[in-house]
Structures are given as C-alpha cells and as structure tokens.
Design a protein around this ligand. Structure first.
Ligand code: HEC
Ligand code: HEC
Length: 407
C-alpha cells in the first residue's frame, strides 16, 4: 500500500463514526422505507385493521420529516430503538397469520428496525425541530376501533353468521355434495364452524360488493332478485334482509374509509337473534294471504307481566304464505334484547324452554315489502294471536303446529 493510499484510508476510517452513520440511515430510508410508502399493496396492519390505520401513515416524503413526526408521536424510543412503539405495532401478529402477511410483516420489521437503529445515532436527525402533526392516523380512536377486523367479525356473526344455518343445507361443504355436483365449488361459500374464514370467502368471491353494497349477491340471491337456485329465502326489507344489509353496508363503508367521526358510526341493533332448526307451522291460513309475508312473534308465559306474556319476543320468523295449501311454515330464530341473560345460553343450548307461549301473527297486507327501507311490521299489521304449548323440538319432521285463529 502506498503512503498516500494509507493516509486516505485512515481519514475515511476516522470519518466513519458520524458521516458513515448518517449516510447509512439515509440509504436505509431510501432503499427500504420509501418502497413501503410507494407500494400499492396493503401493509401488514390490514390483517387486523380493515381500514383506519396503515403503515404508510407513518412515513413522510423525506427521512428528516418522517423521523421528526415519529419522535413527536412517541413512536420512536431514542434510548432503546428496539423498543420503539412503531416496531411494536409492526410486531403484532394474529394467531394464524397468512404466509403472505407474515412475509410482508417480516420485511417491514427488518426495514424499520434497521432504519430506526441507524437514525437514533444520527446527530443531524436528532437536531431536527419537531412538527405540529405527529405521524400516524388522524382518525379518532373510536373510528379506528370500529374498523378493526375483530370488531367487524363480531358484527358479521351477529347479523349474518347467526342466520347462516338457514343456508347451510345447500352452501356448507359438509352438507351440499348434490349442489356442488350441479353448480360447482362456487356454491360452498360457508366455512363450517369458522365465521372469520366465511367472511373472507364472501369478500374474496365478491359475494359482498364493497363498491355497491346493495348489489351484493349475498342479498340479491336469497331474495331471488337475481334468480336463485334455492328460491326465495328472504324478502327485501324483512328482518333477515335488514340484518344482512346492516352488516354489508357497514362493512363496505368501513372498507372504503367513509367514517371520519364517532357520530357517523352505526349503532348496533337493540335485539340479537340466532337461527335454529325449531320449525313452526300455521294451518288454515286464509288463502287471500297467498305470497304475502306473514311474521310470527313468540312471547313466553311470564306471570310477573300484567298481560302474563313476556315484554319482548323470544323468537321470530317471517316467510311468504302458501295460499293454495292454506299453509305457513318456517324455522324460528331466537330473539332477545342485546343484554338479556338468555343470550349467553344460546352458545351451549340454542333452544326455546318448553311451555306456554303467545304467538302474535302479523301479515304485510299494505305492501311494506319488498322495499329495502321497509319499517318492521307492527301492531297495525296484527291479524291474530294464538296460544301454543310446546317442547319446541328441532327438525322439520318434528314441527310444532297451530291453527290460524278465527276471529
Ligand atoms: C394482530 C392484530 C393487529 C395488527 C397486525 C395490528 N394491530 Fe393495531 N391494534 C390491534 C388491536 C387489537 C388494537 C386495539 C387494542 C390494543 O391497543 O391493544 C389495535 C390498536 C391500534 C391503534 C390504536 C391506538 C393504540 O395506541 O392502540 C393503532 C394506531 C394501531 N393499532 C396501529 C397499527 C399499525 C400501524 C399496525 C401495522 C403496522 C397495526 N396496528 C397492526 C391489533 C392489531
Ligand atoms: C335449497 C338450497 C339452497 C338454500 C337453502 C340456499 N341456497 Fe343459495 N344457492 C343455491 C344454489 C343451487 C345456488 C347456485 C345457483 C345460483 O347461483 O342460483 C345458490 C347460489 C347462491 C349464491 C351465489 C353463489 C355464487 O358464488 O355464485 C348466493 C350468494 C346464495 N346462494 C346465498 C344464499 C343465502 C344467503 C342463503 C340463506 C339465507 C341461501 N343461499 C340458501 C341453493 C340454495
């Protein structure tokens, strides 16, 4: 080595502790952080946050702005860079991450760990004045919470999964071999015992349309608006339709980041429900009601009440009348106010306790349905009441029956 070369080498080495590090951070930022900002793909956050937060919210145009905004938000730990809050956000992983998101998460974590470690050692960066606006989502915490995938799943279970038993015979792969043979694997959109996977399947197959929620096949098929192999399973505007719609509209609005304030968030329904295999039929129904929606609401005997029937309904069901057969029949959905004690029992025993019940019968005679904005049938639609004493067995073959009451 010539003397000159040796001197240059020594000077470069001596310069490393400061120039070297600062260049390092800058290079890491350009090579590894900027591509995350530019990427059209969702970040690993999307696995748990349908919208509301994204790793891109934490990156600014330049390294200096990014670092200052992160420090301002308390997201970088200057003493222990590995313990930075931002890295904790990235490290968060669901119990069963997809291989794709796992890879994305690993890349993000390595990129930000390396850059933050270098950046906290850069005296130039440490001198930068902090901005007004911290890095991260500017949405209120209520909106971020509402948009979490686990919160969406709670609503999916309440509004759709709890009714999906009514579709299982033809749409669940453990029961629908015949339908699959005729219509292909497409009909199997239910994932048995797995509501999260079912929701993903519905979104992936575009059966939930986040661009135009009202046009979702998950609504158009069971209402037979688009010809449905299973016929009419619900009527536009009825209870099941309103439940399906409540979830689908909310999911689409959330996915599209429509909500900006807590006031815009939809309130959950006061009543919850669960479809069962308890069947009920009315015979001797007036033929004039043919094809009209008839709704039964089932109230339990309750001696403490002034009229000796429970204040809220214990079950409900609506379906069109088969006039020629003078018949109405359908499976019941259990219903309860959201906070009622009996809701907890549904998990282990989705049943109606044996005993006496009052069945209130309402018929849509004024054309409330079909209409997506229909109000529920009310007392003005009441056509009669009948008292039923039953053990409420399950199964089509063990149906509880009553005669339509004569006035
Ligand atoms: C494994 C699921 C999961 C992942 C992945 C995830 N989060 Fe979260 N996040 C949550 C949960 C659960 C909460 C609310 C409860 C809590 O804070 O522990 C939350 C809350 C938040 C909040 C609200 C405020 C706060 O301080 O808690 C922000 C902001 C946030 N996450 C950002 C992110 C970012 C950014 C990413 C991606 C880098 C991300 N999250 C990835 C589950 C996750
Ligand atoms: C008696 C059988 C049967 C029942 C019960 C049934 N369906 Fe179907 N459904 C079918 C058949 C057969 C097809 C395939 C032909 C078609 O697209 O109409 C289908 C198709 C669908 C599709 C389109 C699937 C796709 O990927 O193209 C949706 C969505 C759907 N049904 C929703 C429902 C919902 C929701 C329920 C319950 C409320 C339900 N179905 C109950 C028989 C049924």
């Amino acid at each position: 080595m010539s003397l000159l070369k040796a001197v240059v080498f020594a000077v470069v080495l001596a310069g490393l502790p400061w120039t070297g590090f600062s260049q390092d951070a800058r290079t890491l930022f350009d090579k590894r952080i900027v591509p995350i900002l530019k990427s059209p793909n969702p970040s690993s956050c999307a696995e748990c946050h349908l919208s509301g937060v994204d790793l891109k919210d934490y990156i600014r145009e330049t390294q200096t702005e990014t670092f200052a905004a992160l420090v301002k938000g308390g997201l970088v730990d200057l003493k222990k860079p590995e313990a930075s809050k931002l890295l904790e956000f990235i490290r968060r992983a669901p119990q069963q991450p997809t291989p794709f998101s796992e890879r994305v998460r690993k890349e993000e974590l390595q990129a930000f760990s390396a850059w933050i470690r270098a950046a906290v050692n850069d005296p130039e960066l440490l001198k930068v004045p902090l901005p007004e606006q911290a890095a991260g989502s500017t949405l209120p915490v209520e909106v971020i919470r509402h948009a979490r995938q686990d919160q969406m799943l709670v609503s999916f279970v309440e509004n759709i999964w709890n009714e999906v038993n009514r579709c299982a015979a033809c749409h669940s792969p453990d029961q629908n071999a015949k339908q699959v043979k005729e219509h292909g694997e497409r009909v199997s959109w239910i994932r048995p015992r797995d509501p999260a996977a079912t929701l993903r399947a519905l979104v992936d197959a575009s059966l939930i349309d986040t661009e135009d929620p009202a046009q979702s096949l998950l609504l158009l098929k069971p209402t037979n608006t688009v010809k449905h192999g299973g016929g009419v399973k619900m009527v536009v505007g009825d209870r099941s339709y309103r439940q399906f719609r409540r979830f689908i509209d909310d999911y689409a609005a959330t996915a599209n980041g429509k909500y900006k304030t807590p006031e815009e968030l939809p309130q959950p329904a006061d009543e919850v429900s669960l479809a069962t295999e308890i069947w009920f039929k009315l015979t001797d129904v007036p033929e004039a009601f043919d094809q009209k929606v008839l709704q039964v609401d089932v109230y339990r005997a309750d001696p403490s009440q002034p009229d000796r029937w429970s204040a809220d309904r214990w079950a409900s069901s609506d379906r069109q009348v088969y006039g020629k057969g003078r018949l109405w029949q359908h499976s019941l959905s259990l219903t309860a106010p959201r906070n009622a004690a009996r809701v907890a029992d549904w998990k282990t025993r989705p049943a109606l306790p044996p005993g006496e019940y009052l069945v209130r019968i309402r018929v849509d005679q004024t054309g409330k349905y079909p209409n997506p904005a229909a109000k529920p049938l009310d007392d003005s639609d009441l056509v009669g009441e009948v008292v039923v004493d039953s053990r409420w067995p399950t199964g089509y073959g063990a149906m509880t029956a009553a005669k339509y009451p004569r006035k």
